[in-house]
Design a protein around this ligand. Structure first.
Ligand code: 5AD
Ligand code: SF4
Length: 440
């Protein structure tokens, strides 16, 4: 049986696409391997959101070229946002590639691309339309946690972002298809799902009739019952509605966590980014969510060194971080991406300024995370046991709270996917520590 290795560089959406690719090729007789040396086919599924992500993939291609020189039967493909963006250009730059395949329904074309004779490279990367192949089996790694794609693409066109180009226009999956998948996952023993979309909370606006995201959450809550945790990511601040806050408060399966990228605390910079909200709007959304959902954890994304960002603008990012008290944050140096308007904006920040600002954001976030985590010490929290999080040889079990915080705790032999109560005794900025109280 031919062997396949899929290497993912990028976000959760890319990971889910890799699981779809593995499922599509399983039907063609491929089995998965971790070992490149024994693979007949290697697919690099790559991200292009920042230049660094692209470079990682390019350097991996270099190593694979050497492997292909030794084993000419090896076939190589590039998939994902990078493939979507670069298309033909990739084949010209890396002539030893066999195929390049873009996002969305293009994934279903992989078997066809493989049937083309070796040595005749092929591309399927026209603008992504439709959703993902609905009938593809998804080859998931975890037996307890699953990503569930509910929408694709984005219509916001933030001035720094390639996503509207790589994933196309916003389009939502039908609620019934989502509900079928979710019920199947519950039946297969999954204990947590994360609904995925680039702006997940603008789900359903274009469906006929429209289905608000809060309504989808209600339907999912009924379908899965209390035994399953439901998460969602990523949320776009203007699409946070009172109905969403109410749904999060009312639905027992929906976890008390929202990932809500702010990007910057400066209203001036937000306007340059075309984020369509102000600092005050963002803070109002946070206040609304917190008023409705006790114990809500809020995480965010921040970009430093956006063109034109002054010291004063940057200070506003730091002050917003403190004002909100984020539980966690992914911070990035602005990376100019060709084809996006931000490349041509004046006052591009020099690298050392970006680096210094990034360090300050990370340092402040460490202190904020510690503060937020310390607030949990002394409390008893519900933890979903997850073997993948255990540190080897530590003898400790591990899992996540409903707020998505990692907990390491003492507590015998536990089954993966079990829900247990843990008393938190210590906190660091990365995780919590505790002792097992009782299984539930
Ligand atoms: N440069 C730096 N960070 C970016 N992001 C998106 N595009 C860029 C870019 N050009 C970040 C944003 C987004 C996250 C997924 O990646 O913070 O929320
Ligand atoms: Fe990119 Fe998110 Fe803006 Fe859409 S909303 S353009 S995915 S940063």
């Amino acid at each position: 049986m031919p062997k396949l290795k899929v290497v993912t560089f990028g976000c959760q959406a890319n990971e889910l696409d890799s699981a779809r690719i593995a499922g599509i090729l399983a039907r063609e007789g491929y089995t998965l391997t971790e070992d490149e040396a024994e693979a007949d086919l290697v697919i690099l599924n790559g991200c292009s959101i920042r230049e660094k992500a692209e470079q990682k993939l390019f350097s991996r291609l270099g190593t694979l070229q050497a492997l292909k020189a030794e084993n000419p039967r090896l076939r190589l493909g590039v998939a994902g946002c990078l493939a979507q963006r670069e298309g033909e250009t990739l084949l010209r730059r890396f002539p030893y590639l066999d195929f390049v395949v873009g996002n969305g329904e293009h994934l279903a074309e992989i078997p066809q691309l493989l049937s083309i004779a070796p040595g005749r490279p092929a591309v399927a990367a026209s603008e992504p339309v439709g959703l993902f192949p609905e009938d593809a089996d998804i080859h998931r790694h975890s037996r307890i946690r699953a990503w569930v794609g509910i929408m694709e693409g984005c219509d916001n066109f933030c001035t720094f972002c390639v996503v509207p180009f790589t994933r196309g226009r916003e389009r939502s999956r039908y609620p019934d298809d989502i509900l079928h998948e979710v019920v199947r996952l519950r039946g297969a023993g999954y204990r947590e799902i994360t609904l995925l979309g680039q702006t997940v909370n603008s789900y359903g606006k274009k469906l006929d009739p429209p289905v608000p995201f809060a309504e989808l959450l209600r339907r999912i809550n009924v379908a899965v019952g209390p035994a399953m945790r439901v998460r969602f990511t990523t949320s776009y601040p203007p699409d946070v509605t009172p109905a969403l806050a109410e749904a999060m408060a009312a639905l027992p399966s929906v976890c008390e966590h929202i990932h809500l990228p702010v990007q910057t605390g400066s209203t001036r910079t937000l306007a340059h980014m075309k984020r369509t909200y102000t600092r005050e709007d963002y803070l109002e959304k946070v206040a609304m969510l917190r008023a409705a959902v006790p114990d809500l954890a809020i995480t965010t994304d921040i970009i430093v060194g956006f063109p034109g960002e002054t010291d004063v603008d940057f200070a506003e990012t730091l002050s917003l971080m403190e004002e909100v008290g984020f539980d966690g944050c992914f911070a990035f140096k602005f990376s100019p991406r060709s084809g996006t308007p931000a490349v041509d904006l004046p006052d591009q920040a020099p690298e050392p300024v970006k680096a210094a600002r990034l360090s300050r954001v990370l340092e402040l976030q460490r202190a904020l995370s510690l503060q937020r985590n310390r607030a949990v010490v002394g409390r008893v929290v519900e933890v979903l046991v997850d073997r993948g999080l255990s540190k080897r040889d530590s003898g400790l079990a591990a899992g996540r709270t409903r707020q998505n915080k990692i907990v390491h705790f003492q507590g015998g032999e536990l089954e993966e996917g079990q829900l247990v109560n843990v008393e938190i005794t210590e906190a660091t900025s990365h995780h919590l520590k505790g002792v097992l109280i009782a299984s539930s």
